[in-house]
Ligand binder design. Structure first.
Ligand SMILES: [Mg+2]
Length: 332
């Protein structure tokens, strides 16, 4: 990559406005190829970093997940940010804030879950920190990977198609049911408790130079594509009828609600990328049979800014803060 990307523009919204103010005052010296604002920073030597903080009561509830699931999930979603720049994981640093009861009972099981997530992608535990927390369990996972040509949020071009891997809304359907005191089906629960970072899939697509821009879906398709649009200085149009709604989300009552789970529910950890017209179609069958994972074209990039949602009847609506944001809603 010739020009370093010093800072990447973020989409509008409370959490991101605050981050923007932090970054405006932060120093940025030599050796940084990709600075803050993308899924990972990349420094000289092709090393990618990202960090992800999960707090009990905000990102997970103990009634919903076992300690080993909490450890697995926190690590898998941190690793997903390496997938989001097409990096190969090297290892993680894990910092835990544990109550006295956790240190006695849950902490080892939690770290077993961390180890499961690492083993699944051949990554190592590099270190971390352990401290006492008064009430809530806190787990912070810093991921380190290697990437020569990172695929960034800022590469989308007018005329690109927008693609997603897999089917969306299953984890959000599980959260919705758990919040309502109901028991989610196995497929929804697995999607929530055991997300799979799409690392080999992202590397495969990057090796074939298919993608212009890439992000992982953590906050929901509408919120996350808004980051690609902002970083690339383009507009994104999502076609409602093309969004692959997961069967688990289709079991939730109401067509609009099903679509909302897929568009804005979050926690999918699938890939969302843009590609020039026809590029994905050439490799789609090979990808789908290699990974047993569908690819779906869900919209397109055009000149302008922001995100628009195009209904099956052709009506087009602007999307305002469509994604889930931690500072504006309570997390599931
Ligand atoms: Mg991400």
């Amino acid at each position: 990559m010739s020009d370093p990307v010093r800072k990447t523009a973020l989409a509008e919204g409370g959490e991101f406005d605050l981050i923007r103010r932090f970054l405006a005052r932060a120093p940025l010296g030599d050796g940084v190829r990709v600075g803050p604002g993308d899924d990972c920073a990349v420094i000289d030597g092709d090393i990618a970093f990202s960090t992800d903080l999960s707090i009990e009561g905000v990102h997970f509830r103990r009634e919903w997940l076992s300690p080993s699931e909490i450890g697995y999930r926190s690590t898998a979603i941190a690793l997903s940010d390496l997938a989001a720049v097409a990096a190969q994981p090297i290892g993680v640093l894990v910092s835990l804030g544990c109550t006295d009861a956790d240190i006695a009972e849950a902490a080892e099981m939690l770290m077993d879950g961390v180890a499961d997530a690492l083993r699944a992608c051949g990554a190592s535990l590099l270190g971390g920190d352990l401290t006492r927390s008064p009430t809530a369990l806190i787990i912070d996972v810093t991921v380190v990977g290697r990437v020569h040509k990172p695929v960034l949020r800022s590469g989308a071009q007018p005329g690109d198609s927008i693609w997603v891997t897999g089917r969306l809304g299953a984890a959000a359907a599980a959260v919705r049911m758990l919040q309502n005191g109901r028991v989610p089906g196995d497929d929804a629960r697995v999607a929530f408790a055991h997300p799979v970072p799409r690392i080999p899939e992202a590397r495969w697509l990057a090796e074939r130079s298919v993608m212009h821009a890439l992000i992982d879906l953590s906050d929901g398709l509408l919120g996350d594509i808004a980051h690609i649009a902002a970083a690339s200085g383009v507009a994104a149009v999502i076609e409602e009828g093309a969004v692959p709604v997961h069967p688990a989300a289709l079991r939730v009552r109401g067509n609009r609600e099903q679509l909302n789970l897929a568009l804005s529910g979050g926690d999918d950890y699938e890939l969302c990328f843009t590609a020039p017209p026809g590029a994905v179609e050439k490799v789609q069958a090979e990808f789908e049979s290699a990974f047993a994972l569908p690819l779906a074209r869900v919209g397109y990039i055009e000149e302008g800014s922001g995100v628009r949602l195009r209904s099956e009847m052709g009506a087009v609506d602007d999307v305002i803060a469509g994604g889930y944001q931690h500072f504006e809603e309570n997390a599931g």
